[in-house]
Design a protein around this ligand. Structure first.
Ligand SMILES: [Zn+2]
Ligand SMILES: [Zn+2]
Length: 205
């Protein structure tokens, strides 16, 4: 079961069976699924992925819940019990599922995750300028950022500049993945059957 509670710059939270990836939404949005969730994987510190109030509330409401993240988020989680600190590239076996973090290329430290659950291989990656050096051969699910369309983004930037406006898209293209980059990754990695889930799509371009 895959359920996208929210994706994009307004908030991110995606459920893969019993695993929640990202927690950048109010508690009320996660509450209906809380009884099923066993692990919360955190990616990076940006508010659309990391809502500390929600994280604290989750830990309080469900004391058995585990959290997992890179060392770079550990100081933000002081006071939360059951935090597993991961190193990139290692495989962590929880019994019912395995997970493995992948280093991404954002404007702050960030992890993507390989999730192995119910015989399925899932690659979840958002907020990254590129996926160079990363492979995920023959996965069942590619949940990849498709933030902007390379064809549109240049027009949007040029129009804004010609109007004398600030084009925040310039920063986006240096820290986010385009639809075309996501498609390239799938082309290089996917087998015959797979599912492509587009994450973090921009509303503008
Ligand atoms: Zn984001
Ligand atoms: Zn971000």
């Amino acid at each position: 079961m895959i359920y996208i509670i929210s994706t994009g710059s307004k908030g991110n939270a995606v459920i893969y069976d019993t695993i929640l990836v990202d927690c950048g939404v109010p508690f009320s949005k996660i509450k209906p699924y809380l009884s099923k969730i066993e692990l919360v994987l955190l990616t990076h510190e940006h508010g659309d992925h990391f809502n500390l109030k929600t994280i604290k509330k989750l830990a309080f409401e469900k004391p058995t819940l585990r959290f997992g993240c890179g060392e770079f988020l550990s100081d933000k989680l002081i006071g939360i019990r059951s935090v597993d600190i991961y190193a990139a590239g290692k495989i962590y076996n929880y019994g019912k599922f395995k997970i493995s973090p992948v280093i991404l290329y954002h404007d702050v430290k960030n992890f993507g995750y390989r999730i192995f659950i119910n015989e399925k291989k899932i690659f979840h990656s958002t907020d990254t300028a590129h996926l160079k050096g990363i492979t995920a051969k023959n996965y069942d699910v590619y949940a990849l950022e498709a933030n902007y369309d390379e064809g549109n983004v240049e027009n949007v930037i040029n129009e804004k500049i010609s109007r004398g406006e600030y084009a925040h898209q310039i920063a986006s293209i240096h820290s986010h993945l385009s639809l075309q980059q996501a498609q390239d990754f799938i082309l290089n990695n996917a087998g015959e059957t797979y599912e492509f889930i587009r994450l973090h799509e921009s509303e503008e371009f």
